[in-house]
Design a protein around this ligand. Structure first.
Ligand code: HEM
Length: 185
């Protein structure tokens, strides 16, 4: 017998409420990160340089960048990075990031690449937090927001698979059952 799980009903912007609670993201986190906005803006060009140099140096990721406007991409990714600090970390923020996740699903990019590239985000973000009046708390806040991004990226990919499987088999419950490899009865 397949047990219904509460988590299955939590979708899209509702993820913020759920994960915000799970990660204990609070107003002080937003305040500390917001105070680092100018520092983040200063570091963003170098972060973007490192980010795309790494993707372009790796043939399996470079081929995704062949037919896109790199200028637009750099600016969009820079904005994504800046938003992490300046917020507001509201439901629009989560929706925008889910949509960005879906864009990566749609270009057929394996999830391991965006997740691996968070290394660059972590490196630059961690350095930025050292400029805070409270570096330890700022680092903890930054790590929570990165954990939220890891969850969002993964969720975007999982949503996509589930949606297609649901379409194929007729309902989400059966699709979940197949993904769990549970025997159909
Ligand atoms: C931390 C990881 C990543 C972040 C934060 C990120 C961020 C973004 C953002 C903000 C956009 C623009 C979305 C829009 O048009 O609204 C985008 C698009 C895109 N990203 Fe990423 N990205 C990441 C990883 C990657 C990786 C690993 C690749 C592999 C090469 C990649 C390739 C692309 C491509 C090709 C587009 C353009 C898609 C299109 O417009 O058709 N991204 N990304």
């Amino acid at each position: 017998m397949l047990k219904e799980r509460q988590s299955w009903a939590i979708k899209d912007a509702a993820l913020l409420g759920e994960l915000g609670t799970l990660l204990a993201i609070d107003d002080n986190d937003a305040l500390l990160l917001g105070q680092l906005t100018a520092q983040a803006e200063q570091s963003a060009p170098e972060m973007i340089e490192t980010f795309y140099q790494r993707l372009l140096a790796h043939p399996a990721t470079a081929e995704y960048l062949e037919d896109v406007s790199m200028e637009r991409l750099r600016s969009m990714t820079s904005g994504w990075f800046m938003d992490l600090f300046r917020g507001p970390h509201d439901s629009d923020y989560v929706q925008r990031r889910i949509a960005i996740g879906h864009i990566h699903v749609r270009i057929g990019l394996p999830i391991r690449y965006p997740l691996a590239m968070l290394d660059v985000i972590l490196h630059f973000g961690t350095k930025i937090t050292q400029h805070s009046e409270n570096p330890e708390a700022a680092l903890s806040a930054f790590q929570k927001l990165v954990a939220l991004d890891i969850a969002i990226f993964n969720q975007a990919y999982e949503d996509h698979q589930l949606r297609h499987l649901t379409h194929l088999v007729g309902n989400e419950r059966l699709a979940r059952r197949l993904l769990m490899q549970e025997q159909q009865t």
